[in-house]
Design a protein around this ligand. Structure first.
Ligand code: ADP
Ligand code: MG
Length: 685
């Protein structure tokens, strides 16, 4: 077996399992092995009911007291079971698992494991896992991998498949030079893959992770280095001069640019008029006003008779940019002839858009990565701006080069990173920083609360809505996969609807909706036809609705602080006082302290680095700090040290042997020419 072997060749993986695996983007053994656990759990000794602590995950062993009772509430079947041991009793609640009613015999002994919650003085568990005593004993003390799942696919099934794949896999020979392995004390790839799925202990897990993260960074940086050398050699194919269009636009705009925006705009003008092709990154915290600067560059581009493109990671964001630009165009009589190109357009609309692009009739093209697909032919594309998350690399350049000459590239990012990291990660770009927020903004008021505060939070939202404002509620992420995120968001929206006064318009948004539906909902929210939007973190990226003043985040403890900071950036974008409510289901002191950092600072980078300090490098899984780089495991904050090492390793090797032609680099060269599925998703670089 190798990376490309279909998962179907594993014993026990049939047609049905194949379909389920495919849903989580696994069709080969390589993809299965790089489907790393998202967490691990170790089962401890069962706890007597009386000693089970609220807010902690516990296992209790007890007898079912009385007959389980069942009721239906809307589309939920709720099963209540009392369980008793010598020390006390506890209520268990199961959702949509009616078969348990028969399975759980009154008087029978079972082991239940779950999060202990309180209702008044009583303790309860919702949706605990059920084990026989022996089953549980077998697992005690061993680190169990927990995988991301999809409905119908159990954790058990993924574990079994992964174990079998590891057993039958023919691991490739080590591709790094021996000296590198020794100097950095890297684990072999074989051991690393075994240990990341089935760690013997914490130590080997950490070493495994280090090796895998190193691989990701190394592959990425090698590619980046080549990109840099290539980009630096490009001439300016589209020289531009400033025209009256941008000057007039700036004069008519309701607000003046901040000092930082002015400085960056100056840099862009210089770049686009210079002898070399522009390769620039604008880094600016959420709400710092990056969009307007990009619009100015695109306007200069159009005024010089060229086409420009603005590319966003999601359709929702692309659509919003299109609306913003269309409004500017109408309001200020700009020379833009914008066109939107996203996947969810009808075939006919797409064809028409493509025609307008090919003929040059459209001079500003806004969309998702659909923009660089083969069949889009540009007339004279001179500038590509990518907003949030999308990097722009050799691959895309190659595609575009086939359609004309290399355009100027501008990348915008809100990921707060310090300069040293930026130089490593964006080594191929010049960096501009917008380090100033537009004036007149009221600082966001934050609070960190526990779940009992919910009714008050809903009251507060109702009050803001009554005052004409809007709110976001970010829904709890689902832990095990027995209920999918989707159902969760839908249920939550339903609950919220009944908790808020009649007439408040509540809608929901999640990743699995059709793009066209998502766009519609975002548009409606933007147009204030929706008051409260319940959403998963799909909302995290870039959305701008200045009338929204409340951001309520459920299960805030499960997010990285940097991510919470991004979420917070969705409010406080207008003239109104805005509020953030972080709801934590864990009341442990450390969790609350961690979240309190958000109260004390608005500086994204400071927040991310504090988070790291507080959590300690032990807690490396589960929480992701940054969505900006599509590494599977590596996190630019958590693994800054490894990133540095990988950068140095790449430099050393290229310095000695730029073409990788030495014998000791033979396997590395092979590896580079065919990146393993474990490397970064090259499509997005
Ligand atoms: P981000 O940098 O997060 O992409 P946006 O570009 O979406 O931020 O800008 C956030 C909001 O700030 C928008 O409503 C925008 O119109 C507004 N804005 C941008 N620049 C200024 C400025 N100089 N003065 C006042 N408001 C501004
Ligand atoms: Mg933005």
């Amino acid at each position: 077996m190798d990376y490309d072997t279909p998962v179907m060749e594993l014993k026990g993986v049939g047609e049905k399992a194949r379909g389920l695996f495919q849903k989580i983007n696994i069709s080969t053994v390589g993809e299965l092995l790089s489907h790393y656990p998202r967490d691990y759990e170790t089962f401890g000794e069962p706890t007597p009911v009386a000693e089970a602590k609220v807010g902690q995950v516990c296992a209790v062993y007890g007898a079912v007291a009385g007959t389980p009772s069942q009721k239906k509430v809307r589309n939920l079947t709720i099963l209540n079971v009392n369980v008793k041991d010598q020390s006390g009793a506890m209520l268990l609640t199961f959702f949509n698992m009616p078969f348990l009613k028969k399975l759980l015999r009154p008087g029978g002994h079972y082991l239940f494991r779950g999060l202990v919650q309180s209702r008044g003085a009583a303790k309860l568990m919702e949706q605990p896992k059920l084990y026989s005593y022996d089953e549980y004993r077998e697992r005690m003390g061993i680190m169990q991998p927990k995988y991301s799942l999809t409905k119908g696919l159990t954790n058990q099934a993924v574990q079994k498949a992964a174990r079998q794949a590891l057993e039958r896999f023919e691991f490739p020979e080590e591709h790094y030079p021996e000296e590198l392995i020794r100097r950095l004390g890297l684990m072999s790839c074989r051991d690393a893959l075994w240990s990341v799925h089935f760690p013997a202990d914490r130590d080997s897990l950490l070493r495994a992770r280090k090796r895998l993260v190193f691989d990701e960074f190394f592959d990425f940086l090698l590619l980046l280095r080549r990109n840099r050398d290539f980009a630096a050699s490009l001439p300016n194919n589209y020289p531009m001069v400033e025209t009256a269009d941008t000057v007039r636009f700036l004069e008519r705009m309701p607000f003046g640019l901040t000092g930082a925006q002015k400085k960056v705009w100056q840099e862009l003008r210089e770049d686009m008029g210079s002898r070399r092709c522009m390769n620039r990154l604008i880094q600016g915290d959420v709400g710092s006003g990056k969009t307007i600067v990009a619009v100015l560059a695109l306007l200069m581009c159009a005024a010089n008779g060229y086409q420009g493109a603005l590319m966003a990671p999601t359709e929702v964001l692309a659509t919003q940019h299109f609306e913003t630009v269309s409004e500017y165009t109408r309001e200020y009589g700009l020379i833009f002839r914008p066109v939107l190109l996203v996947g969810s357009l009808s075939a006919k609309a797409k064809r028409e858009a493509c025609e307008r692009i090919a003929s040059g009739e459209a001079n500003l093209i806004i969309g998702t990565h659909a923009l660089i697909q083969d069949r889009v032919q540009y007339r004279n594309l001179a500038l590509v701006v990518t907003d949030e998350q999308h990097r722009f690399g050799v691959r895309q350049r190659e595609i575009l080069a086939g359609k004309g000459k290399e355009p100027h590239v501008l990348v915008m990012s809100a990921t707060p990173i310090p300069r040293t990291l930026a130089i490593i990660l964006y080594g191929d770009l010049h960096v501009s920083v917008i380090d100033e927020l537009p004036g007149g903004r009221l600082p966001i008021k934050n609070c960190v609360v526990n779940t009992s505060y919910r009714p008050k939070a809903y009251e507060f939202i109702a009050k803001e809505v009554a005052a004409g404002r809007q709110a976001y509620v970010i829904c709890p992420q689902v832990e095990e996969g027995e209920l999918e995120d989707v159902e969760n968001v839908v249920d939550y929206a339903e609950k919220l609807r009944s908790a808020l006064p009649a007439g408040v318009q509540v809608a929901y948004l999640h990743g699995k909706q059709r793009p066209a539906d998502k766009n519609r909902i975002m548009e409606e929210f933007g147009a204030h036809n929706i008051d409260v939007l319940v959403s998963t973190t799909v909302i995290e990226v870039g959305i701008n609705v200045p009338n929204a003043t409340v951001m309520m985040v459920e299960n805030a403890e499960r997010f990285g602080l940097a991510q919470l900071h991004q979420l917070r950036g969705r409010v406080g974008r207008g003239e109104y006082q805005s509020y953030c409510i972080f709801v934590s289901a864990r009341e442990q002191k450390e969790t609350m302290e961690r979240l309190q950092i958000l109260n004390r600072s608005n500086d994204g980078f400071f927040i991310a680095s504090q988070d790291l300090k507080l959590r300690g490098p032990g807690e490396l899984f589960g929480i992701r700090q940054s969505g900006d780089f599509s590494f599977a495991l590596g996190d630019i904050y958590t693994d800054a040290g490894t990133l540095q090492q990988a950068a140095e390793a790449v430099e050393r090797i290229l310095e000695e042997d730029y073409d990788l032609s030495l014998e000791k680099h033979r396997l590395l060269k092979e590896h580079v020419s065919k990146p393993s599925p474990r490397s970064v998703d090259f499509r997005t670089i």
